[in-house]
Design a protein around this ligand. Structure first.
Ligand code: AMP
Ligand code: TRP
Length: 332
């Protein structure tokens, strides 16, 4: 059976970008057609300045939201990365497989380094080695497919390279994974700055729709979205990024085609109004279910406990095998 692994990091509240780029598909498709694991990758949240209490809160919220979005613990494994030691055990072997140069080439590293420096802080070494941990997350489970948004494709490419290299050097150990991306909305842009990704840890929040935003807040943010010069509605990412983004979001919500949808509008106002309503309706059941689950934290804990146990049992043999393959003496 196909094995799927993906994760979300608790560095901020989950956004519409996370939902359309990744989580919605995990729930609607991936968990039904494969043996799937979905992980709150909390160790990754420690790669930038963090507040311990906030990471703890956001980790719980992310797990609750994954369940609210429809992940069913009877069908898939939902767990927290730091609960399964195999991730860090294997990450070290990945650091011994990767080169310093290939880590430094990662776009996310370059972008985050710049923003951490701009904030006046230092750059944590773990920000550089992040892709080694991400490769470990994926490879520990013999993953075939990694459903992510467009921004993570480069990290999955690197994971493939590391798996191939490890197998060549030390013998067949890892499955070579591949990325899968949604057809529409693989990169949802910030509503106030449609040339940059809608990211959950950005400081300016006016252009970011959070999954737990109240309907009025969603409407306000969409109605105030930056649109482009001109007034006709066309889908052109390069010349009209703001309008193209709204069309992508509307298409993703309604299951339509952004270019066709463009032909149905002759004003930005009407497009915004329909997009706002479509997003409100899309998120409504997730918000409602989240409220129910958040009122019963013990049930979420039980899911995570069981998930970690299952994940550990799946990862352990492969990571042990990798330890033997590189030449480490098995414990006696
Ligand atoms: P992260 O927020 O970086 O933990 O991302 C979790 C998942 O959501 C990854 O698969 C990302 O590729 C995806 N994702 C994050 N932001 C966006 C976005 N703006 N558009 C589409 N997918 C996204
Ligand atoms: N790096 C991913 C992100 O920022 C999160 C992540 C960590 C991940 N490990 C993963 C995604 C393994 C898929 C598979 O979104």
């Amino acid at each position: 059976m196909t094995r799927i692994f993906s994760g979300v990091k608790p560095t901020g509240h989950l956004t519409l970008g996370n939902y359309l780029g990744a989580v919605r598909r995990w729930a609607a498709e991936d968990q039904h057609r494969a043996d799937a694991l979905f992980c709150v990758v909390d160790l990754h949240a420690l790669t930038v300045e963090h507040d311990p209490a906030r990471v703890r809160r956001l980790s719980r919220q992310a797990a609750t939201l994954l369940l609210a979005a429809g992940l069913d613990p009877q069908r898939c494994t939902v767990f927290v990365q730091s609960h399964v030691d195999e991730h860090t055990r294997l990450a070290y072997l990945m650091e011994c497989t990767a080169s310093d140069g290939e880590m430094r080439r990662m776009i996310q590293y370059k972008e985050k380094t710049a923003s951490e420096r701009a904030r006046g802080g230092g750059v944590r070494l773990s920000l550089l080695t992040y892709p080694a941990l991400m490769a470990a997350d994926i490879l520990a489970y013999g993953t075939d497919e990694v459903p992510v948004g467009e921004d993570q494709a480069q990290h999955v490419e690197l994971t493939r390279d590391l798996a191939v290299r490890f197998n060549q050097r030390y013998g067949q150990t890892f499955v070579i994974p591949r990325t899968t991306q949604p057809k529409v909305a693989a990169r949802v842009m910030d509503l106030q700055d449609p040339t940059s990704k809608m990211g959950k840890s950005h400081a300016r929040t006016a252009g970011i729709i959070y999954l737990l935003d109240e309907p009025e807040a969603v409407r306000k943010k969409v109605m105030r979205a930056v649109t482009d010069g001109g007034s006709d509605v066309v889908h052109d990412r390069a010349e009209r990024p703001g309008v193209a983004n709204l069309l992508d979001v509307l298409a993703a919500c309604t299951g339509g085609d952004p270019e066709k949808i463009a032909g149905q509008y002759d004003s930005y106002g009407a497009l915004k109004k329909d997009t706002a309503e479509a997003v409100v309706e899309l998120l409504r059941p997730v918000r409602e279910r989240h409220a129910e689950l958040a009122a019963d934290p013990a049930s979420v804990d039980a899911v995570l406990r069981d998930g970690a146990e299952r994940a550990r049992a799946m990862a352990r043999p492969r990571v042990d095998e990798a330890y033997r393959a590189v030449g480490l003496l098995p414990p006696v």
